[in-house]
Design a protein around this ligand. Structure first.
Ligand code: NDP
Length: 331
């Protein structure tokens, strides 16, 4: 690959995230651009074709998707579908000989993650997960605080992410794979992992009361869980679909740091026991996609690989087991 050439990305699934964040971000990227789309909605195809100047030959649906293998304009396939569809489309993308970005959560079971990683490996293609906050300055600073022991040894991490409402496939277990933990609680898991630079050893979990038993028939509305980290560090986490929460806090021997809100696309704020944090606002998605395109061009591993996504799914499944059994589950 020529270093100067922008790599072509095709977005699969033109829902809210593709439309509101990824396509606009792809107008700002330096190393990649929006070259194609895959959609089950012909009306969206028409709209996007005009808006983003996408040639007809780079527009696919879920049936003829595999023909992308013959399209040199598309280097990377970005899967932005409901969670339970990620595996199928990542595997098909790899078989079509393309690099892949997959949205979070990577998949709904660990076995699916293994199949996705294996398919990309077999095809000799790279796989990355849409962890945009790994490229965001405030969240990166939390990594520095934690891993460089800026506030001494970490004693505790508090990570909470919840929204006040949700709808559509997210309420359907077959498509979502779970409830608020899968969708937004995963940011708290990530937050703890990058703040400590460590992996949880064991988890305990407790489901919260369901405010609406019909809507949350098959999935959890809210959940609180504790992760035991190496060295006696405790991570206290919460998520919900009916309660706005957005926090990542580190408590060290000599001070603390807190992001609140911690995980949005814009408007992250941070404070420490030494004063306010101040970083420029970035386009997280543009940085994330550019980093992957650059990794491909330079033949370097992705900093947010499939294995990172798999580890989160593994932790999520352990939390669900702890929630169901009421017992501590080791990871
Ligand atoms: P939406 O419901 O807004 O969009 C999903 C799209 O998938 C639909 O518009 C549709 O696109 C396509 N689709 C295909 N089959 C189905 C089906 N059976 N039911 C519903 N949609 C279907 O979801 P989001 O865009 O919010 O989320 C998509 C993925 O992105 C999820 O995995 C989510 O977790 C992730 N996400 C990540 C975020 C982040 O910050 N990293 C933020 C938001 C979401 P079409 O009509 O084109 O076929």
């Amino acid at each position: 690959q020529q270093a100067s050439k922008k790599l072509g990305i095709a977005l699969v699934g033109l829902g809210n995230y593709s439309k509101g964040q990824l396509a606009p971000a792809l107008q700002e990227t330096q190393h990649c651009y929006l070259s194609g789309i895959v959609t089950g909605s012909p009306d969206k195809a028409d709209e996007w074709k005009t808006k983003y100047n996408i040639p007809e030959k780079n527009i696919y649906n879920y049936e003829n998707f595999d023909q992308i293998k013959d399209n040199p304009d598309i280097d990377i396939i970005y899967v932005v579908l409901p969670n339970a569809m990620h595996k199928e489309f990542v595997v098909r993308a790899a078989k079509a000989g393309k690099h892949v970005i997959c949205e979070k959560p990577m998949a709904v079971t660990v076995q699916e993650c293994d199949e996705m990683i294996a398919a990309c490996k077999e095809a000799g293609k790279m796989l990355s997960i849409g962890y945009r906050l790994r490229f965001e300055p405030y969240n990166r600073e939390m990594t520095r605080f934690g891993t460089e022991k800026v506030f001494g040894n970490i004693k505790k991490v508090i990570a909470e992410n919840g929204m006040s409402d949700t709808e559509g496939w997210r309420l359907n277990k077959a498509l979502a794979g779970g409830g608020s933990l899968m969708d937004v609680g995963i940011y708290a898991i990530q937050g703890v992992r990058y703040t400590t630079g460590m992996e949880p050893i064991a988890v305990t979990a407790k489901e919260g009361p369901k405010k609406d038993k019909d809507r949350f028939k098959d999935i959890e509305d809210s959940l609180s869980w504790t992760m035991e980290m190496p060295g006696g560090i405790i991570a206290e986490c919460k998520t919900a679909y009916t309660n706005e929460m957005n926090k990542l806090r580190l408590e060290g021997e000599n001070g603390w740091a807190e992001l609140s809100p911690a995980y949005p696309y814009k408007g992250i704020k941070g404070e420490t026991s030494n004063g306010k944090m101040d970083f420029p606002e970035v386009n997280q998605q543009a940085l994330q996609m550019d980093a992957f395109a650059q990794a491909i061009k330079e033949n370097k591993p992705s900093t947010v690989p499939g294995e990172m996504g798999k580890q989160d799914v593994k932790i999520i499944q352990a939390i669900y087991e702890a929630m169901r059994t009421g017992k501590k589950v080791t990871i």
